[in-house]
Ligand binder design. Sequence first.
Ligand code: MV4
Length: 449
Amino acid sequence: MFKRLLIANRGEIALRIIRACRELGISPVCVHSVADADGPWLEWADERVCIGPGPSADSYLRIDRIIAAAECTNADAIHPGYGFLAENAEFAAICRDCEIDFVGPSPEAMALLGDKVSCKRMARKAGTPVFPGTEGEIEELDEALEVAEEIGYPVIVKAAAGGGGRGMRIVSNPEELGDAVESAAQEASAAFGNGSVYVEKYLEKARHFEVQCIGDGRGDAIHLYERDCTSQRRHQKLVEEAPAPNIDPAKRDEVCASAARLIASAQYGGAATVEFLMDHEQNFYMLEVNTRVQVEHPVTEMITGVDIVREQIQVASGMPLSVKQEDISVSGHAIECRINAEDPDRNFMPQAGLIQTFDPPGGLGVRLDSHARSDYRIPPNYDSMIGKLIVHAPTRERAIERMLEALRQFRIGPMKTTISLHRRLLDRPEYRSAHFDIKWVERWLESEA
Ligand code: MV4
């Protein structure tokens, strides 16, 4: 096992990784920016290294400085967390060249699954359901027109290197397809240095379903069942839960097993998430694979009892997975609310500044993953998530009630947060009944505006 692990991240996920290190007897080292010099999580690290000014491009994204910090502190491994360099295959390759273990997949596995065209090709081979569409990237417009005609409009043009909603165009008739392909390719080329695009069937009303997998890096992988992430706004998830409500158990087992086969086929090591959309008839279609630990991993930990960050570190150190597929079962229901320092009444405007009041809830089945505390000043440079409130209860109904009371007892001030929004969201009939789709939060907020 590693002796020292460098955490190339900040905030709640840095704290989450520190906690996993301590349980494994590993010494955690943090890098941080000048803007994060007062970050409460840094108190729990054995060493801290300042790697540059506030802007991420000058600190958390500086591969050279992070590698130098790892070398100076004698770290055996680097955990990238999520965001920043977590899905950067070049960073993973540089770590390997420097003989530092990257807590994540090999650069090859990351590249194979990170490119959506190659990922889709592998998914077809593994029997993971995908949207009908072009076989690979579009080379001739005629070929795209032909496929679109065959699958029927509307279709969607997507960038092979895209993700999170960037570089997509919805097309409702053949007259628009040429322009859409051209502009999506141009945008992708500028944004990702890769202008490859592909076409697939566009699904209007969908639920967002994702399967947590862990690969051992030697061709074996397990899944930890799924999460529902349908409640989101502008590609920012607000509430996640596990297991996904209202799913036929046989279909669910089949899609989860197919996700694990895909991860295994890439010789993938570490945590991965296979994202799907689900239509109203419970047909599943893969969207993409995230090659990192995700923000919402705790809901899966709560229902399976598997410590995902611990597994990531163990696999990266060359150890086998500590659980077998047949030993994994789902117990109860978990919900996570992302607590962002944003004003839901002012278009989710970020709220930097000094936290004066921070009174968190507690009690049976209540978990808080947060780096915040009173007297902590939220810097303006990073995303506004200051914590994740997670509850676990025997049923979905009881988890909702437990979350509502935990939210009621959570006092943060003076800045606005998304706590008030969550209290209203969890009480909506769409949420309570789980009769929702990926646009439901936006429709609801629009109807109140
Ligand atoms: C889609 C889609 C409908 N049909 N693909 C958005 C982000 C990227 N991960 C893929 N996305 C979508 N791909 C097909 N064929 C709708 C979306 C989409 C979406 C997906 C998941 C969660 C929220 C979303 C919000 C808008 C659009």
